[in-house]
Write a protein that binds this ligand. Structure first.
Ligand SMILES: [Zn+2]
Length: 217
């Protein structure tokens, strides 16, 4: 007999759930196992639907701190999961990534340009924490370049290109990714770097860069 009083009905079903906890859990698991495909389709459909998107966006917006903490705490686990997922769905992932890159070309370009500027400054600071040209003292980071103190920069680039066509020979990227140390490097402004190059080829040139900081203010 169903209860007429809704309060009583609720109370009763609560009690039933409490008493049959394990049984309910077992049945649910069984159901999920049996209907895996159907449920997966439901989930996919829901996630792609507008209400799914709204719920997800809402969750993301209200759980920013928690998400960040979780990602930091489970860095390795997430990395492993992502890699496993990639191996499992390799073709689809490549297709999706390619499509994304094609559709977001401008944004990607802007993002990468900002990323490169950031790591460039970090690398310059690693080569010389003062971030100054070793010859003229210029500290305008726009003009600074990484220089091989004893020369051989071009040779290193050529050798790296010969070794591998896929790895970059860009010094900023190499240093940033830890593939190149900074022991034999310093910073030169572009002008001093040119003179350095000329003198390696022709000997003393008599050229000298004077950097007058006052005029740049
Ligand atoms: Zn200079």
């Amino acid at each position: 007999m169903p209860y007429k009083d809704p309060e009583k009905r609720r109370e009763n079903s609560r009690k039933y759930r409490e008493d049959n906890k394990e049984e309910i859990s077992r049945k649910r698991k069984e159901y999920v196992e049996k209907n895996k495909e159907k449920l997966d389709t439901y989930t996919k459909e829901y996630n792609a639907s507008s209400s799914g998107k709204i719920v997800r966006a809402n969750y993301t917006a209200t759980h920013k701190e928690e998400n960040k903490l979780y990602r930091e705490k489970n860095k390795e686990k997430i990395k492993k999961q992502q890699h496993e997922n990639y191996l499992k769905n390799r073709e689809a992932v490549i297709k999706r990534t390619t499509k994304y890159h094609q559709e977001h070309r401008e944004e990607r370009k802007q993002w990468y340009s900002k990323y490169y500027q950031d790591i460039r400054l970090k690398v310059l600071a690693r080569v010389d924490p003062n971030m100054k040209c070793a010859m003229c003292g210029c500290d305008d980071t726009r003009f600074l370049e990484v220089n091989h103190i004893k020369g051989g920069g071009n040779k290193e680039v050529q050798e790296r290109r010969k070794e591998s066509h896929t790895t970059s020979s860009n010094m900023i990227l190499l240093i940033h990714t830890g593939k190149r140390d900074v022991k034999d490097l310093n910073l030169l402004c572009r002008a001093c770097n040119s003179i350095d190059h000329l003198e390696r080829v022709y000997g003393k040139t008599g050229l000298k860069v004077v950097w007058d900081k006052e005029t740049t203010k």
